[in-house]
Design a protein around this ligand. Structure first.
Ligand SMILES: [Zn+2]
Length: 68
């Protein structure tokens, strides 16, 4: 699980390309921004989950580089 201080979510796609969604604080919300396609979203809850969903759906990037 990502910690509360995590400021980005990175996943690799099946071609080994890294896709990153940056998470920044915006008041009580978190602002998400994808570095690959400039997708943006505001989320009050579970921003990292929404980032993972975007990476999986938009880029088929589901491999967590932190996992073996
Ligand atoms: Zn994207």
């Amino acid at each position: 699980m990502p910690s509360m201080t995590t400021s980005k979510v990175s996943r690799w796609d099946q071609h080994g390309r890294e896709h990153t969604v940056h998470v920044s604080k915006s008041g009580v919300q978190r602002a998400l921004r994808c570095a690959t396609c400039d997708w943006q979203k505001k989320a009050q809850f579970l921003p990292w989950l929404k980032a993972e969903e975007h990476l999986a759906e938009a880029h088929q990037a589901t491999v967590d580089p932190a996992e073996d």
